[in-house]
Design a binder for this molecule. Structure first.
Ligand code: GAP
Length: 519
């Protein structure tokens, strides 16, 4: 199965089992906007809980807030979003499709990397153990040519983006002979800037309408509340403020399902530090956030850091945590050292002092900020793609079978246990109901008595339920049940009284947190 086919299957599965639906689907949907269904909302809430607990509960010096989506319009002048929150876009005249110029070039660069890797793999197979990768890259004429071209285009792109040189961006696309993936032609328009913020009006038009923006990031709600929280919470530097909430961007190229949406959710934390200490904290947060991802157990090889070539207008260091999606390594989270840019500018634009008096140094200063910023939806897609598994099985009679199973970490699974009476009679439903009534006090559970037990197991596999508890005739006699483990499909007989403990231990966030703090 190609990665593209796999991705299509993921999307179909997410709809079929109530994770994600296209927004307003009965009206044919709205591009790059999605709704979370009954399973999706549980998974999403668990992801948010994992983040919130790791940031706020595990750090005594981090507190949370929930700021409004609408903010005073001057906020976005101070933050630089009115002037600089732009994407360079280019149209193809034949296909009439619109692209981000930098993304077209990055895709070209990724293709060159693939070409190089293909040659390296071929040579490694040919030479066996004597293969020297560095020497091969330096000496093979065909590979040298690709590397040189790749490096030249890369450095020109970085310079053009840094200088905001739109003509040069177009020239790079022409020089690299990049064709439109739809029309296959090089009939490109000039590159133009496009502001990503959504505008709306506040107040009645008769009273004089006022343009405001839907926030494009949650971070500014934290900056404008910096002193409120610091003073009322008696916070001492270094300290952080965390927030989870909606953000909106009028993305030009909305592709890849929930990877790039126009309405999405962010989990952001701004960490306020002494000027000069920001690189130490940047290192701390890089490490902590990577450990948070890896503790989920999807495999370390699927993660990497990608340092930014072009720093955003507010940053002096920035890196992305990338995950290997079916469509390649892509950004899930950004970690940015934002200097005193935001607080400093809010001081200028509001005329209010946003300073911290440091009792240790006896000085007043505008703190520096290290930010961690992760998209809930992108994290959802990461968890969903990592968990999606198709397995070939052999039935007891030797015939072939298969199942699709979502191998969510139990702590994130939308439903923790399914309670299944083997038959709908002989008092088994009553026993099963009693188990359900106990377990539902702590966990999201499902009671299911329809269809054969095999079909019921498959339904639970498809939504990733870690435990299926089957009530059979022995249960009524000795108060025991069988518990089926999702990933291994093994079953064991356990006393009913042990179920809350067994499930509780398996679905707890505790081992994940222990792993993060012990790394
Ligand atoms: N406050 C900094 C900030 O917003 P960003 O790199 O623009 O930085 C942070 O966004 C994270 O938000 C990204 O790593 C991504 O996970 C998520 N994100 C950004 N734009 C998104 C979009 N259009 N759809 C889904 N998630 C998005």
């Amino acid at each position: 199965m190609t990665q593209e086919e796999l991705f299509k299957k993921l999307i179909a599965h997410s709809k079929e089992y109530g994770f994600i639906f296209p927004s307003s689907e009965i009206y044919d949907g709205l591009s790059a906007v999605y709704d979370y269904g009954q399973m999706g909302v549980e998974l999403k809430n668990n992801i948010k809980n994992y983040w919130w607990s790791a940031m706020v509960k595990l750090h005594e010096n981090i507190v949370g807030i929930d700021a409004a989506i609408f903010m005073h319009p001057r906020t976005w002048e101070a933050s630089g979003h009115v002037g600089a929150f732009n994407d360079p876009l280019i149209d193809n005249r034949d296909s009439k499709k619109r692209y981000r110029a930098d993304v077209l070039i990055e895709e070209f660069l990724a293709k060159q990397d693939e070409k190089i890797e293909k040659e390296v793999t071929k040579a490694a197979n040919r030479f066996g153990e004597t293969f020297d990768r560095a020497m091969f890259l330096e000496t093979n004429p065909r590979v040298k040519e690709v590397v040189a071209k790749r490096d030249e285009i890369h450095s020109r792109m970085v310079k053009a983006l840094t200088d905001n040189d739109l003509e040069e961006l177009k020239q790079i696309i022409l020089d690299a002979e990049i064709v439109d993936p739809v029309s296959g032609t090089r009939n490109w328009t000039d590159v133009r800037q496009f502001n990503l913020m959504f505008e709306t009006k506040i107040g009645s038009v008769a009273e004089g309408a006022n343009t405001i923006y839907l926030r494009p990031e949650t971070a500014q709600g934290i900056f404008v509340n910096f002193l409120n929280v610091q003073k009322t919470g008696r916070m001492k530097i270094p300290f952080g403020i965390a927030q989870i909430g909606k953000a909106f961007r009028n993305e030009i190229v909305a592709r890849q399902f929930i990877f790039r949406m126009r309405e999405f959710e962010q989990m952001e934390m701004q960490f306020f530090v002494r000027p000069g200490e920001e690189m130490k904290w940047f290192g701390y947060w890089k490490n902590f956030r990577m450990n948070w991802h890896k503790a989920l157990g999807f495999g370390e090889q699927h993660y990497r850091f990608h340092d930014h070539d072009k720093l955003a207008h507010y940053a002096n260091a920035a890196t992305d945590v990338e995950y290997q999606f079916p469509f390649g390594f892509k950004e899930v989270e950004g970690i940015h050292s934002r200097t005193d840019f935001d607080l400093g500018n809010h001081e200028k634009f509001s005329g209010r002092k946003l300073r911290y008096f440091d009792p240790e140094s006896g000085e007043s200063y505008v703190p520096y900020v290290v930010e961690t910023s992760i998209g809930v939806d992108r994290m959802f897609l990461q968890v969903f793609s990592a968990a999606y598994t198709e397995e070939k099985l052999t039935k007891e009679d030797g015939s072939a079978d298969e199942r699709t199973v979502m191998k969510f970490p139990p702590a994130l699974a939308p439903v923790k246990a399914a309670i299944l009476p083997l038959v709908k009679k002989d008092g088994l439903p009553e026993v099963a109901r009693r188990i359900m009534d106990t377990l539902k006090l702590d966990y999201v559970c499902q009671y299911d008595e329809k269809d054969s037990i095999g079909k019921r197991y498959r339904r639970q596999d498809a939504i990733g339920t870690p435990f299926c508890i089957t009530v059979d005739h022995q249960s009524a006699e000795d108060n025991s049940v069988t518990i089926r483990h999702r990933d291994t499909m093994t079953q064991e007989r356990v006393p009913i009284a042990d179920l809350p403990r067994i499930i509780g231990e398996a679905v707890s966030f505790r081992p994940l947190f222990q792993q993060i703090v012990n790394e």
